[in-house]
Design a protein around this ligand. Structure first.
Ligand code: ZN
Length: 84
């Protein structure tokens, strides 16, 4: 039987082995934080943020246009959660 030995506390175990233990999650967070501090990471993160924002805007417009009752219900739910 082939058992895979996972080394904990390293980002590669999080990414390639799917380990979500506390040590591997912390290592992955540190890895991503360090990557985002690089010039390439900064530009890629900014690009990803613009992409998410654009996608969100399209989704909102589509729901408002095609399912106005759903949009209203979502708004009421959010207002309720925020005590409005
Ligand atoms: Zn682990």
């Amino acid at each position: 039987m082939n058992e895979v030995v996972i080394r904990h506390g390293v980002a590669s175990s999080y990414g390639h082995r799917g380990c979500r233990c506390r040590e591997c999650t912390a290592a992955q967070s540190a890895h991503v934080r360090a990557w985002r501090a690089t010039s390439n990471g900064k530009s890629r993160s900014a690009w990803a943020k613009r992409r998410r924002t654009r996608r969100h805007a399209l989704v909102v417009g589509w729901v408002q246009a095609n399912y106005p009752a759903v949009w209203t219900a979502i708004g009421k739910q959010v207002d309720k959660e925020f005590g409005c």
